[in-house]
Design a protein around this ligand. Structure first.
Ligand code: MG
Length: 373
């Protein structure tokens, strides 16, 4: 079953209103999807994210010439080779080849992985809190209210991009309005030092609805993370940018985090992502996947979470939630996942079990104009 063809779909959406976090403001969203087709007609979709001109060059000059004629079921060998050249492209190809294996077998991804424990997975509404202008807090509160009306019960908001005082005023504003209705995670995108992160504890001690504090400091500051973990009254999470299972294992064994947040796109592929989830369970650390950069990887995270062993036999609905981007980003609708309020139903079909919206896919094709990443 040889690879016959690889189609590429660089996708781009320019936002009318920029939004952002402690990493800065975004004025566009992009994504890079591929479809691998075998000689016998099996297909699989993959996805990655990076600067589109670089991905176009890499795929058309390096990845695709290598892939044509390879055996589609040799996923491990192919992923390993591509991983040396371009880890994000390797993750993308690994995703597509995983689906081809399931489609050839005529079963779902969950069946390939040993079966799902549950038929739905909780998702949390993930916000980019900052917008230009002095009214950013009011605008963010408006967005949170809308998410509440759509049935979300868990959210994540951003801190660390404004002064500590302004961010604390923001979080207090959310709590004043929504404390009884929402559980809240705070993401600082590695923007604090230890002393500043500690200054959140006074406010944390007042609330019982906080899910976690995400990446308060640069992740390599393991000693500071361990001290902070002892000091704070809420869990600490992180790990979205980890690039290998080796890096995950290294963090899991240092007791510096309560919740690990691997991303299928950043970790080198679905196989590595699944391994990271299983290892986290074995070591006893919670795992809540990061899936902000594409709807296909979000779907894979949901499917993998469905196959993750429950913490207890009594309360398996306490599975950790998956990130659900609620910002202005129509690229998310290309992968047609059904959300029911604060849960996503696990698709039952063959392979990934959902359709790729071809019309939207072509509508948001990048026109090749230059842009700054
Ligand atoms: Mg984050």
């Amino acid at each position: 079953m040889k690879i016959l063809k690889v189609e590429t779909y660089p996708l781009f959406y320019a936002m009318k209103t920029p939004y952002g976090d402690a990493n800065g403001m975004k004025n566009y969203r992009s994504c890079y999807m591929i479809r691998i087709i075998t000689e016998s007609g099996y297909e699989g979709w993959g996805e990655c994210v990076d600067w589109l001109p670089a991905l176009e060059h890499t795929f058309h000059n390096l990845i695709i010439p290598y892939l044509i004629g390879q055996k589609a079921l040799d996923r491990n060998r192919i992923t390993q080779t591509l991983g040396k050249w371009h880890p994000r492209a390797a993750a993308c190809v690994n995703m597509a080849l995983s689906e081809i294996s399931a489609v050839k077998a005529g079963i779902s991804m969950c069946d390939v992985w040993g079966g799902a424990y549950r038929d739905s997975i909780p998702v949390y509404a993930s916000f980019q809190s900052y917008t230009d202008g002095d009214d950013w807090i009011a605008r963010s509160l408006q967005g949170i209210n809308q998410a509440l009306e759509e049935g979300f019960t868990q959210i994540k908001v951003k801190i660390g991009g404004k002064s500590l005082g302004e961010d604390q005023k923001y979080v207090k504003g959310i709590q004043d309005q929504f404390h009884d209705q929402l559980d809240i995670a705070l993401d600082a995108n590695q923007s604090y030092d230890f002393a500043t992160a500690c200054r959140w504890q006074k406010t944390f001690s007042e609330w019982s609805n906080l899910l976690w504090l995400e990446e308060p400091m640069p992740l390599h500051q393991v000693a500071e993370y361990k001290m902070l973990r002892s000091f704070l009254s809420i869990p600490i999470s992180g790990g979205e940018n980890l690039k290998s299972v080796h890096e995950i294992v290294s963090l899991l064994t240092k007791q510096s985090l309560d919740i690990i947040q691997p991303d299928p796109e950043h970790l080198g592929g679905i196989d590595a992502f699944l391994l990271a989830l299983q290892l986290s369970r074995q070591i006893g650390i919670r795992v809540s996947p990061h899936t902000y950069d594409g709807a296909l990887s979000r779907l894979y995270a949901v499917l993998a979470q469905a196959c993750l062993a429950p913490w207890t036999k009594m309360l398996d609905d306490l599975i950790e939630p998956v990130e659900w981007d609620v910002m202005d980003n129509p690229l998310n609708q290309i992968v047609q996942i059904q959300r029911d309020r604060d849960h996503v139903l696990i698709p039952q079909g063959i392979g990934i079990g959902v359709q790729i919206d071809q019309e939207l896919l072509h509508h948001y094709l990048w026109d090749g104009s230059s842009y700054t990443p």
